[in-house]
Ligand binder design. Structure first.
Ligand SMILES: O[C@H]1[C@H](O)[C@@H](O)[C@H](O)[C@@H](O)[C@H]1O
Ligand SMILES: [Fe+2]
Ligand SMILES: [Fe+2]
Length: 320
């Protein structure tokens, strides 16, 4: 446009126009107030008491005894620690989440039934199948009177192990076991940390550094976690469920024992991560200590959990 030689005086709104502006401002304020109300309501709804009662009778020292664990567990971690590299991680993410991947579709219950045959090689505390472990966790949460969203979290938290049945998974080492970030130094508080000596990233100039590819206080959600059932399920359910963010955090970090149990990697924590940590810690006893509970009856419990599944997964089928 050619520059105009004359100065265009702005026209100021007057009369009706002014009223329209003030109406619009009022409307925005009403919307803001409503948003604040919804936020407060939502927070109240997902508020929960982080104390667990059911585990007061458990001998906690009897769990996670890796020194005394059998060879199946030791061999598992030797392989997992040697092979979880940054390069592998990026390739796995690409493989599982590329747009071109044909995703099997299954309901939550069908997915649980598929885990019927899976015995987790990394776990020194249970040799039950995973469907039973899921029901034990959910039942412990229910018995403690925790909210329904937390019960469903218990029911689904290990469904990421389905990956084992899909093309692309290499074996149990990239599906189960404790998790840790890649791209920075492996912390000594990870179980069997000596096994990381065989990981090519351990001696890497950047990946072997305390901060590696990250910065101090970058936030736990910005770490690239080792590839496994936590991260995979988090990415699947983030967009396909009505689970609140607390539940998604429980799922995403439940195997990150070096952080939630040992206090490692806390130099990466940012504002807000304390809340994340308390949610993960609130969930942990139900996952871990329910492993010594009685074997649940799948058929008896099915009707209760089918209803719960419908509430949080109204679309029924999930693209895995
Ligand atoms: O052996 C177990 C098992 O694989 C769990 O599902 C996982 O969450 C734990 O962190 C791991 O140590
Ligand atoms: Fe798990
Ligand atoms: Fe679990």
């Amino acid at each position: 446009m050619a520059p105009s030689a004359t100065y265009d005086y702005p026209t100021y709104p007057s009369g009706g126009a002014l009223e329209a502006i003030s109406d619009a401002v009022d409307e925005v304020n009403v919307l803001k107030a409503h948003a604040a109300e919804v936020k407060a309501q939502r927070e109240a709804e997902f508020e929960f008491d982080s104390q667990s009662k059911f585990d007061s009778t458990k001998d906690k020292k009897a769990f996670r005894q890796y020194e005394d664990a059998c060879d199946r567990v030791k061999n598992f971690y030797a392989e997992q620690h040697a092979k979880q590299t940054v390069a592998y991680n990026l390739a796995a993410r690409q493989r599982f989440h590329s747009k071109s991947r044909v995703r099997p579709e299954m309901t939550v219950w069908e997915a649980m039934e598929k885990l019927n045959t899976l015995i987790d090689e990394s776990d020194p505390d249970t040799s039950l199948s995973q469907i039973q472990h899921l029901l034990q966790s959910a039942e412990a949460i229910r018995r403690d009177g925790k909210p329904r969203w937390m019960q469903i979290t218990g029911l689904v938290h290990d469904l990421g192990k389905l990956m084992l049945f899909f093309e692309g998974a290499q074996g149990q080492w990239d599906v189960v076991g404790d998790t840790f970030p890649v791209g920075c130094r492996f912390d000594d508080r990870c179980i069997y940390h000596e096994a990381f000596a065989k990981n090519p990233d351990a001696g890497h100039e950047v990946f072997g550094d305390k901060y590696g590819i990250y910065q101090e206080a970058c936030g736990m959600e910005n770490l690239i976690m080792s590839w496994g059932h936590d991260e995979y399920l988090y990415l699947v359910l983030r967009d396909q469920s009505l689970l609140p963010r607390e539940a998604l955090a429980m799922i995403r970090f439940h195997s990150f024992y070096p952080w939630h149990h040992e206090g490692a990697y806390s130099h990466f924590m940012a504002e807000g991560d304390e809340e994340l940590l308390s949610a993960v810690r609130a969930f942990n006893p139900y996952d871990l200590y329910s492993k010594s509970d009685g074997v649940p009856s799948v058929e008896e419990l099915k009707p209760y959990y089918m209803e719960l599944i419908d509430e949080f997964f109204p679309q029924k089928k999930i693209k895995w």
